[in-house]
Write a protein that binds this ligand. Sequence first.
Ligand code: BG6
Length: 457
Amino acid sequence: MKYSFPEHFWWGSASSALQTEGTREGQTTWDYWFTREPNRFHNGVGPQHTSTFYQHWKTDIQLLKQLNHNSFRTSISWARLIPDGIGEVNPQAVDFYNQVIDELIEQGITPFITLFHFDMPMAMQEIGGWENRDVVEAYARYAQICFELFGDRVLHWFTFNEPIVPVEGGYLYDFHYPNVVDFRRAATVAYNTVLAHALAVRAYRAGHYAGEIGIVLNLTPSYPRSQNPADVKAAHIADLMFNRSFLDPVLRGEYPADLVTLLKSYEQLPACKPEDSALIAEGKIDLLGINYYQPRRVKCRDSAVNPQAPFMPEWFFDNYEMPGRKMNPYRGWEIYEPGIYDILVNLRDNYGNPRCFISENGMGVENEQRFIENGQINDQYRIDFISGHLTWLHKGISEGCNCLGYHMWTFIDNWSWCNAYKNRYGFIQLDLDTQQRTIKKSGEWFAATSLNNSFDK
Ligand code: BG6
């Protein structure tokens, strides 16, 4: 069967500043944490070992063109542009981002730009990071500077990439700096991130720029083990905590009432100011980026909560390992292609069918060298992964969902936070020793799909 996509469908990939660029003036939490605890990073490889986009941006953009990308998302590094987060703008950074943006446009690739992709300037973290409203203000200033510098050419802006991840990693589950385990502080970080988002949207609207502004959320549809009311309730609470805590403010302009009631009853609500609600309402977006990697399967808890244990989302559910689920064993994530359709249908039916696109989807695989045939990685599993998701996305579009494109994570194998280079995601293989780039079979498949605006399966 032939799967054709709407005209002007966005085909591309996503990456981020910290994971690709390399050396920069301003320190981030990642640089600092690595000096403190290198053992937290796979094989002790830290954020200085990137795919060197800062040096190779021009030839890398040629590779994007070879992959027939018509669009590409990366982020601006706040710490590169404003090394201490709040002071002087670094002119070399302005030159660099201007060159990247201009070259993308020159090559017919529409730049999509994220303002924050997990990379907090260390100077901002030192004064409390997202827990401090001064950092929220500093971010809003940074956003405004970006709009002023690049907003004449960048027409698709994203305030945050997966804003819940720094909340989970840094304040609940100990996989990002500052490694705090404290729900109320996590809720404060999440809340202040929403305020920062809304301030950036307000600044963008005030500047009357020609483009649009949105956010990128990692949506994990929550599936209950069964239709038993206890399982359904568990899935509902997981959905409130992990999806709707950001989805509702940015699409409806307010938090779900039952999330507020729940957190209030456990005394976990962050400190709010009376003027916040009006600001949050101003944060409604034009375009939603959806990162989809895995579903969340839950069931009601089997055991009573230990009242001495720190308050956690898991007080309300247990994770459920569905028998027979398809796994990506390297990343430990379930592969469930219909999830992409369920997300789109939920947006269509419950959120007014917003303009959206798949901003990340991908499969990290370990030791891909074993699949080399005639000098090229034959990653048929990745082609199957992509085409499997695209068929469900296609079904969503054919049923009226407003999905405008599909971006993969990522174009060249890059450094992946604590996993460093353990799992490779790229359309292009990166040789870490020589920095040589070689297109994988999936890259060729994607280039053909983008060119034809269709694929056969
Ligand atoms: C997304 C992020 O969560 O998934 C990326 O936006 C990240 O930054 C990607 O690299 C893959 O996840 P991981 O943890 O395997 O790198």
